[in-house]
Ligand binder design. Structure first.
Ligand code: HXC
Ligand code: NAP
Length: 260
């Protein structure tokens, strides 16, 4: 699938699943900008992505800081022109029962995942290619499955998916599509290191996936490339699970897996 010359902006694109998505767009010929907080991660991602495509930008910024996010998007558009694809994937997660969460702990995750997604999308609007742009928010099964020790993530990702649906309505008339991808457990990621820290918990997650394996970063990036392409041009406002069927079990499986 070719994205030759297209402009792609990935918030949270310096590690894990989102870096995998940035890599896939770079391999497909896109010009790719990534943003995250830590300058060393941004530098490493730039170096890596430049081995795949010549046009790479990196920004060290916090998605909770609207002005910093807006400056990065404006800089990207100033250098390369209208933005074709925006991925909003910055997120924070840790396991904690609600009674052990301070108000600030809850707020931190909601601010990164939900306010951060609003900031990225709101600031991108004036720079999007209209018509034709595609936006993907990276969500999680917790957005619709109540999950013990994940109240902060459940609340934040549910909000992210309502952003997806609401902006699909508001931005559809301008020819901008807005969708979510909900990855299942993905191997070799910070997210699963936090959610499945022991062999027993990893086995519980694997056993609960109908396809009997963790997903790969490539499983997610392939879905993202397709969803942003003309092949998916009539799809908007959708929450697409890419999870081996994991969430079909309902909240029982995810509750079991997170409590091992
Ligand atoms: C309880 C905790 C905690 C824990 C932090 N806090 N860890 N509370 N249990 N394990 C509390 C702190 O005490 C503090 O509250 C508040 O959270 C903010 O902590 P800071 O460290 O100051 O916040 P910050 O530097 O903004 O870091 C945010 C973070 C951190 C979320 C806490 O872990 C982070 O930067 N994460 C980014 C990487 C990441 O999480 N990747 C995984 C994404 S995976 P007080 O009251 O003390 O001030 C994902 C997928 C899930 O989202 C789905 C899988 C299926
Ligand atoms: P990850 O490697 O920790 O990715 C998170 C990215 O977001 C990093 O680049 C991180 O870089 C950045 N980030 C975090 N807080 C930020 C902030 N405040 N401002 C700007 N950037 C920030 O985690 P991952 O496991 O690959 O998860 C990626 C996405 O997939 C997340 O949206 C997550 O919810 C979702 N997801 C993951 C899984 C899984 O199995 N891993 C399952 C379902 C959903 P910095 O630290 O430099 O900021």
């Amino acid at each position: 699938m070719s994205y030759q010359g297209k402009v792609v902006f990935v918030a949270g694109g310096t590690s894990g699943i989102n870096l995998g998505i940035a890599e896939a767009f770079a391999r497909a010929g896109a010009r790719v900008a990534v943003l995250s907080r830590k300058a060393d991660k941004v530098e490493a991602a730039i170096t890596h992505l430049r081995s795949l495509t010549p046009d790479v930008l990196g920004f060290s910024a916090d998605v909770r800081d609207y002005d910093a996010v807006a400056a990065a998007l404006a800089d990207t558009a100033a250098q390369w022109g209208p933005i074709d694809v925006v991925i909003s994937g910055a997120a924070g997660n840790f396991m904690a029962p609600a009674i052990n969460l301070s108000a600030n702990a809850f707020k931190s995750v909601v601010d990164i995942d939900l306010l951060g997604t609003f900031n990225v999308l709101r600031a991108s609007w004036e720079h999007l290619r209209k018509p034709g742009a595609a936006v993907i928010n990276i969500t999680a099964g917790q957005s619709w499955l109540p999950t013990p020790m994940q109240i902060h993530v459940c609340a934040a990702k549910a909000g992210v998916d309502q952003i997806t649906r609401t902006l699909a309505l508001e931005w559809g008339p301008a020819g901008v599509r807005v969708n979510s991808i909900a990855p299942g457990p993905i191997s070799g990621t910070e997210g699963m290191a936090r959610l499945a820290p022991t062999e027993a918990s990893e086995k519980a997650w694997t056993d609960s996936v109908p396809l009997k394996r963790f997903g790969t970063k490539a499983d997610i990036s392939r879905a993202a490339l397709w969803l942003c392409s003309d092949e998916a041009s009539y799809i908007t406002g959708v929450i697409l699970p890419v999870d081996g069927g994991f969430t079909l079990w309902g909240s029982g499986a995810i509750a079991h897996a997170t409590q091992q």
